[in-house]
Design a protein around this ligand. Sequence first.
Ligand code: AMP
Length: 557
Amino acid sequence: MPDNTRYFGIDLGTTNSAIAYIDESGIATPCRNQDGYDTTPSVAYFESPSNVIVGIQAKNAASTDPQRTLSLIKRKMGTIAPYEFNGIGYTPESISALILKQLAQDAAEHTGGEVHSVVITVPAYFGLQQRDATKKAGAIAGLHVLGIVPEPVAAALYYEATMGAVGKTILVYDLGGGTFDTSVIRVESNEITVLCTDGNDRLGGADWDRSLFQFLHQEVRQQVPPDTDVDSDESFLQMLASQAEEAKIGLTKREKLPVRLMAGGTSVTIDVTRERLEELTQDKLDTTIEIVRRTLDTLEKKTGSATIDEVLLVGGMTKMPAVAQRLRAEFGWDPRLRDPDLAVAKGAALFALGQVVFHEIRHELDQSGTESGKETEDAEARIDRVIGRVSEQTGMSPEAVRSVAVKETHPVLAKAHGVKLVDTRSPGPRREYVHHIVLGNDPLPAEEQLKTTTVEDGQTTVKLELYEQDGLVASPEVKANKRIPIPDDVFIDLPSAPAGSLSIEITMTVTEEGLLELSAWESTTRQKLTNTVEVGLLSKEQVQEAKELVAGITVSG
Ligand code: AMP
């Protein structure tokens, strides 16, 4: 008797989110929300201390009650950004948790079962802190997070499952509401490997909207009487912002459309053409093309070839005709638009179930290895048993389970990490800089070492400071890196010795799950500093507190 345990994939997007599961026949299926849509705006409206609305209603509330409406929270993940609504303090994690809670409720309603185990996706370019924040948002929402998976990996998995891509190198161009990233992914029959990734976590549809907003704003000013104060009219500005986005979306299909608005009692109509929109936002598309070029350079350096077999377009913004046109013109590719709104959530659902089956198989086979001496079952029979068990549990046919249980994924590190050193070689005042030990695009797990020393005569302490690359490209400038606090960070009572005579060896390891370990060894005093770095910003206690807060809030769509 199946217990209808299901595994869900969640695309927690900057502007829209989606949740999907694998149905009984093995098909990745989106869960409709109460409004009948497959995607839900990632917008929260804090109506009262105990009532939060998430989705379309919240998006609509932005024009009537902007002070209590919040969007684009994904951009704040991994940062300390306190919010307060109705006297209650929130973090980016707890606000994301409210969105996740709503998605889980919709999915429970859609599938008629509980939502417990989920995989949540993140942009490939998210660093460790941002990934950790996403995982904690899941925990705060009361979900068991099976894994955090990069969006392009999920998209490639979905593409492979539906179209077949074994033996292909795929470039995923993902332009969503708030982030852009590119990833090159190699698909083999048993594994998916991320070869390299790049992007900009501050570039997305919202920036296109802003350009169009500014244009419309200027046009409005020209059409209304000069003494009309449109800028202090919050709801007019919200209306203009949502009209700008609507016009951008409309111009995907139409070449020209009118935007009609009421500004300070004057009715205004502005004709916008697709051509004008493309001119206004040319610099943004250019930036994405530069990043694609840089991705190809990295790929060439890493693998000796920059050949791409398939280009996948993911993210709502890639529906704009300018994207495919430009990629075709610049690189001669024939980009595919395949379910750009749902490919990530569907791929995440495939990933979730695949992970469960994969780990169970591995566990079963490991056990057979430890049962030496006893007569061991043949591996195939053990795999069949796992498949049978999951099939029983989920109600899926054994064939459907087997089809998703085949891929192992190999991620890469999104951002460089290193320690602060003092430059003693250059003349003039001493300069501090960040020496990156593990680099962006290093395959995970990664382990690298650095040997360093003291810089002052008689220096008896050395402090380790850990940094994560903060910009697009790793830079040694300290301010281009983000400090990550570590608990055990000082060597003390070192023997008083001439500068440069002590030897300190630093080892940095990042696991596949993105857990960072930093250890350092000083041989004369035999001191060892070992840090399993909690890259996250919220402590266990804070997560628990936020979980209780979110559990006490009624969330509805
Ligand atoms: P995502 O984060 O993938 O949900 O993408 C959302 C972004 O895609 C938002 O900026 C939307 O305005 C934009 N978008 C959605 N549909 C379209 C469309 N048909 N044409 C242009 N942009 C769109």
